[in-house]
Design a protein around this ligand. Structure first.
Ligand SMILES: NC(=O)c1ccc[n+]([C@@H]2O[C@H](COP(=O)([O-])OP(=O)(O)OC[C@H]3O[C@@H](n4cnc5c(N)ncnc54)[C@H](OP(=O)(O)O)[C@@H]3O)[C@@H](O)[C@H]2O)c1
Length: 428
């Protein structure tokens, strides 16, 4: 064991930061053994010095930037946010030659390559295992494990709030808004849920997975994002009838020379591992080409799982030298070439709410035929007189672009009552 202790400064003492302090205090001796040197907490910072956090505020400072100027070996940023104090702290700490550990997906997805260059220029490392899929060691697996064969695709359920809502909608048959409200009351969803249910949080995490899987710079802007707010209990019930479940997936895959990144609700076969990731859990499937398929699942958030990933990064920073942030030198990361996956074919689920009048179905059929969309099966269920009728169709293998063309034409009809819904049906 080295006689030189490894000094840790932590900014942000909320759910994750508090968990890290508690884990260091409970398991410090074993963790130091693993790191090969004593791990010592030397400074902490948060907003409110008076809050009872249940632990001693060792080396408290009201200004997190002071931690970047002090004598810590690693600064652990657990404040959050893609700009402001979190970005300033990480930038300053790296410039001052300190390792940085963070759980901040928004910061890394937006500024990851610039921060990676800064870390390498100063001979330190920047680690962020907790930033995607919480306690699941998926970033390490992509960075160091599944590297011998080119990765073909990564598909993930990366947002526990969305997965909880979709699971509850399936179990109880209740609509999105009611389940969201309950999730907020239980603390599973934020007061402002936009980033979660709109798919933005999944996009942040997907940008990081993409970068590590394909050796590209994180590219948040090229991700096509669709959330779950328009999914109805009917969609979920129909999915079940067809042998599928609806999940919000982040998908990144090679298409030709490019990479397609999307966040969207998808129908996943009930027998597939991803379909059985329920409640607030996360799951990630990696198609590592000739090396096969790998599935990871576990808690994607919460104090102990997230702190576990942060602690693993701290121990690694203490025991090893600087490792390239995204698996290879930042200067060699390729600019991601976005691929247009709209030509790729899949069967699609489509739902329209239409007026129950003669000729409506014929009109829909004409639009579908004009767009080159052929139908494999169809369900039409009657409702009370005067109420719109739901028509559900499953297409044969069809390009997304063709389905979008057909739906645009159908949506323009005055016989259609709500925005038509289209969801791809995953093959595996
Ligand atoms: N929660 C999870 O399960 C989870 C999972 C994965 C990743 N993450 C990421 O981990 C990070 C932290 O999340 P969290 O859930 O722990 O957040 P949190 O519970 O809201 O804690 C945030 C902490 O930052 C402190 N803080 C906020 N603004 C500050 C400022 N201007 N100066 C100093 N301190 C400030 C707060 O101080 P006070 O305590 O005094 O208010 C609080 O201690 C985020 O990047 C988040 O995306 C969280």
């Amino acid at each position: 064991m080295s006689s030189k202790p490894f000094k840790i400064a932590i900014a942000g003492l909320g759910t994750v930061g508090g968990g890290v302090v508690r884990a260091l205090s409970a398991h410090g001796a074993e963790l130091s053994q693993r790191a090969g040197r004593a791990l010592t907490l030397t400074g902490v910072s948060a907003r409110d010095p008076k809050k009872d956090r249940g632990f001693e505020l060792v080396g408290w400072t009201a200004d997190p930037l002071e931690l970047a100027r002090g004598d810590a070996d690693v600064v652990v940023e657990l404040i959050g946010g893609e700009e402001g104090i979190a970005r300033d702290l990480v930038t300053q700490a790296l410039k001052n030659g300190k390792h940085v550990v963070t759980a901040n997906k928004a910061l890394l997805a937006k500024h990851g390559s610039e921060l990676a260059e800064l870390a390498e220029a100063h001979g330190v490392t920047l680690k962020f295992e907790a930033a995607a899929a919480g306690g699941i060691p998926i970033l390490k697996s992509l960075r160091e494990g599944l590297i011998a064969q080119p990765v073909a695709a990564v598909r993930g359920i990366l947002n526990g709030t969305c997965n909880y809502i979709l699971t509850e909608m399936e179990i109880t048959g209740r609509p999105f808004a009611a389940v969201l409200k309950e999730a907020q009351a239980l603390g599973y969803a934020e007061a402002d849920p936009t980033l979660d249910v709109g798919g933005g949080d999944t996009a942040h995490k997907l940008a990081l997975l993409s970068s590590l899987a394909f050796g590209t710079r994180p590219d948040l802007d090229s991700i096509a994002v669709e959330g779950i707010a328009h999914i109805t209990p009917d969609d979920i019930a129909y999915a079940r009838e067809f042998g599928f479940r609806i999940k919000l997936l982040g998908v990144t895959r090679r298409i030709g020379d490019g990479i397609e990144q999307t966040v969207h609700p998808a129908m996943v076969r009930q027998r597939s591992p991803l379909a059985n990731v329920n409640g607030a859990l996360n799951g990630v499937m990696v198609d590592a080409g000739a090396a096969g398929s790998y599935f990871f699942s576990g808690p994607g958030a919460g104090e102990a799982p997230t702190a576990s990933a942060v602690i693993a990064d701290i121990v690694e920073a203490a025991s090893g030298g600087p490792a390239p942030v995204f698996g290879q030198p930042a200067s060699e990361l390729q600019k991601l070439t976005p691929a247009d996956g709209k030509a790729a074919v899949a069967p699609w689920y489509m739902r329209f709410e239409v007026l129950d009048e003669p000729g409506v179905l014929a009109q829909i059929a004409t639009h579908l035929a004009e767009a080159g969309v052929s139908i494999e099966s169809m369900i039409q269920r009657g409702r009370a007189p005067g109420e719109p009728v739901a028509i559900v169709m499953i297409t044969h293998e069809t390009a997304q672009a063709a389905v979008e063309r057909a739906l645009k034409a159908i949506a323009a009809s005055d016989k259609v009552r709500s925005r038509p819904c289209m969801i791809p049906m995953e093959a595996a």
